[in-house]
Design a protein around this ligand. Structure first.
Ligand code: URA
Length: 210
């Protein structure tokens, strides 16, 4: 079974690796960057979705492995979770130049991969990290809250209907926001407590890079 999911995720990786139509492909290859597909347990109950890989991530092929990743690890630890208990990915699988905001065309090109990842992993909870991710996911699932702001929705549990059944979306601020702002850090810590009700991994997760 697990190899089914891993095989399907591997197919996504192969498609992204060969995504020569992407406006970010040339930037990836000329810098020796890797695409960043995702990392964590392929049977995770909680999937975290960020915006796009930064420099550290593109250099290693791992999501959230830089400064915001350290914040994410600490927040997970605060609710007794480790990276291998969850699955972490991004909307874009390639780094935009100088960490600029993703363009509409890029979001359109990369989101089919994210949609597939969600269908394969079938998380009970989708925790969005930052505004881009929240807006995409709420729109994708046709949530009524889709036009509300992250300042109104952070920490809420929004029920959505997915292709594999019901799931909850929990919008969270991006961990980078906590790096230089103690207030945002405290808000993130509080909002992470909301995830506690879902974090009952029946067995230790398996860390996979895919
Ligand atoms: N920020 C993101 O949104 N994703 C990463 O993987 C790293 C930083």
């Amino acid at each position: 079974m697990s190899s089914d999911r891993s095989d399907q995720l591997r197919a996504i990786r192969d498609a992204v690796v060969n995504l020569i139509d992407s406006p970010l492909y040339e930037y990836r290859t000329s810098n020796g960057y890797y695409p960043v597909i995702g990392q964590g347990d392929h049977f995770a109950d909680i999937m975290f979705i960020g915006e796009a890989p930064g420099k550290n991530e593109a250099e290693t092929g791992r999501p959230f492995c830089g400064a915001s990743g350290r914040v994410l690890d600490e927040l997970l630890e605060s609710i007794d979770l480790k990276r291998e208990d969850v699955y972490v990915t991004n909307i874009l699988k390639d780094r935009p130049p100088n960490n600029r905001d993703p363009l509409k065309q890029e979001i359109k090109l990369y989101t089919p991969f994210l949609e597939r990842q969600i269908e394969i992993i079938q998380p009970k909870v989708i925790a969005t990290l930052g505004r881009f991710s929240m807006e995409f996911i709420l729109r994708h699932f046709g949530a009524l809250q889709a036009n509300q702001k992250i300042s109104q929705l952070h920490g809420a549990v929004i029920k959505v209907r997915t292709g594999y059944g019901r799931a909850s979306v929990v919008p969270l601020f991006h961990p980078a926001a906590a790096l230089y702002n103690a207030g945002q850090r405290a808000t993130l810590e509080e909002d992470f407590q909301v995830l506690k009700q879902f974090d009952a991994p029946s067995q230790p997760g398996t860390m996979r890079l895919l």
